[in-house]
Design a protein around this ligand. Structure first.
Ligand SMILES: [Zn+2]
Length: 452
């Protein structure tokens, strides 16, 4: 692309993102409709026909499509329009001001993930303006509610308007940001994510006077055993294909980690020992690796007792369990109940709060190959590694339809990787204008090649 054109794109994508950040879509309540409307208006200027869907009043989603001949698979460019809360007092700029300064667009959502909405919208416009002859449909969907689980956004669209959004391939958030190893940029592609099992346990006892504890049966004491067991549980180590490939790439590129990672690959059953030693160099990384190797159970809330001198007959605790691809929330629950047999299952009541299946897409696909190839054109010395997220994204809704989903928002590390990560759901979230242009260039070239 010539310099004049690039300058124009730079202005357009920056203005669009700045405007989108100014629309406060903090979820809850979300209130994404004005953001969906704004996105539709910007697309309609280029002649797109957009459809807007509200899953509930104020919960807007927008979808548009460029038709292809049908000779190639279809592709969905997915993003979410809602953001998490931001406290203006903690920020150095107004998080909803759409501030552009020092070469960055600042504000809540700049990275997660209005910045990707912006490069996806720009990519759609460029495909149309350049009259690209598409061999498959390219769909864009910008949705509500991801930050609260996506049931009023992507989940709702999949349940109610599946024909509008189903595609063979999906590009979404969750990867693409590069980290550095030995001066080389390693771009991630999210190919898998853990599943969720949020559940509540109620322990039962028998009330009595606090001064004669032996005559009662204390539900808090029972819950204490439950929390101890589950919180310290080390589930079986499983090396899923995505994480295995990730470690292989890291071992190739990162001298600092090579030795530990190689022994981890050779001896996954000794992972805990190896990670204990890695933790002395980089604690966060070691713990993140550990969470990618097994199902985890974390006690997150607890409540019990009514008065100083009453032995409690009830105590409730909530647990956040995350399961690996290949496992299921139902299996996890069985494992958990098995651990609690000697605490007395007859005195424990289980309630499922939320359960999402884990998901993983294949690593060997034409799109994955093309992602790596396109990146190398823009950043010749780079490497690409697939990543397993310990959290979740809207990709799971589409993986359950059989789509191949990749998290890929290409971002160069023009701020240190850890600093960039900290701003997501944190303070002073921002993306450089250079990265908006880089992201648009990579995404446009990738889509153009994949679809023609
Ligand atoms: Zn997000």
């Amino acid at each position: 692309m010539c310099a004049k054109l690039l300058k124009e794109i730079e202005r357009e994508v920056t203005d669009f993102l700045s405007g989108l950040i100014r629309i406060n879509t903090t979820n809850p309540p979300g209130n994404e409709t004005p953001a969906a409307k704004y996105t539709a208006e910007v697309l309609e200027k280029d002649g797109f026909k957009c459809e807007q869907f509200e899953s509930a009043p104020g919960r807007g989603n927008v979808v548009t499509r460029l038709k292809g001949t049908g000779e190639k698979p279809s592709l969905l460019l997915l993003s979410h329009l809602d953001v998490v809360a931001a406290n203006p007092k903690e920020w150095s700029v107004d998080p909803f001001g759409g501030v552009v300064k020092d070469g960055f667009v600042w504000g809540r959502g700049a990275l997660d993930m209005k910045g990707m909405t912006a490069i996806e919208v720009m990519t759609m416009k460029l495909l149309k303006r350049n009259g690209v002859k598409l061999k498959g449909d390219v769909v864009l969907a910008a949705t509500a509610d991801e930050e609260k689980g996506g049931e009023a956004g992507a989940g709702w669209l999949v349940r109610n308007h599946v024909k509008k959004v189903r595609a063979d391939y999906v590009l979404n958030e969750g990867g693409g940001m590069a980290f550095q190893a030995d001066g080389k940029n390693i771009y991630t592609v999210q190919t898998a994510e853990k599943g969720i099992l949020w559940f509540k346990i109620k322990s039962k006892g028998r009330p009595g006077h606090g001064s004669v504890p032996g005559a009662a049966d204390n539900a808090i004491m029972r819950m204490n055993k439950v929390v101890e067991k589950l919180g310290n549980h080390c589930s079986e180590i499983v090396l899923v294909p995505t994480f295995k490939q990730y470690l292989t790439e890291v071992a190739k590129e990162d001298k600092f980690l090579r030795e530990d990672v190689m022994s981890l690959l050779k001896n996954p059953q000794k992972a805990d020992q190896i990670l204990d030693s890695l933790a002395r160099k980089d604690n966060y990384m070691a713990e993140e690796f550990r969470a990618r190797l097994r199902m985890t159970v974390t006690p997150t809330m607890i409540q019990g007792g009514v008065k100083e001198n009453i032995v409690p007959s009830e105590c409730e605790a909530v647990f956040d369990c995350r399961v690996l691809p290949g496992q299921s929330p139902a299996q996890a629950l069985d494992e958990i109940k098995g651990l609690l047999k000697d605490v007395g299952l007859d005195k424990l009541e289980f309630e499922i709060i939320q359960a999402n299946e884990p998901s993983e897409s294949p690593l060997k696909t034409p799109l994955y190959e093309l992602i790596a190839g396109t990146l190398r054109e823009f950043d010749p010395n780079c490497a690409v590694a697939p990543v397993l997220l310990t959290g979740g994204t809207d990709s799971r809704f589409f993986r359950s339809l059989g789509s191949v989903c990749y998290g890929f928002h290409p971002v160069r590390p023009d701020l240190p990787y850890s600093e960039m990560q900290r701003t997501i759901h944190g303070i002073d979230e921002r993306i450089s204008i250079e990265n908006l242009v880089f992201g648009t260039s990579v995404l446009y070239n990738l889509v153009e090649r994949f679809m023609t």
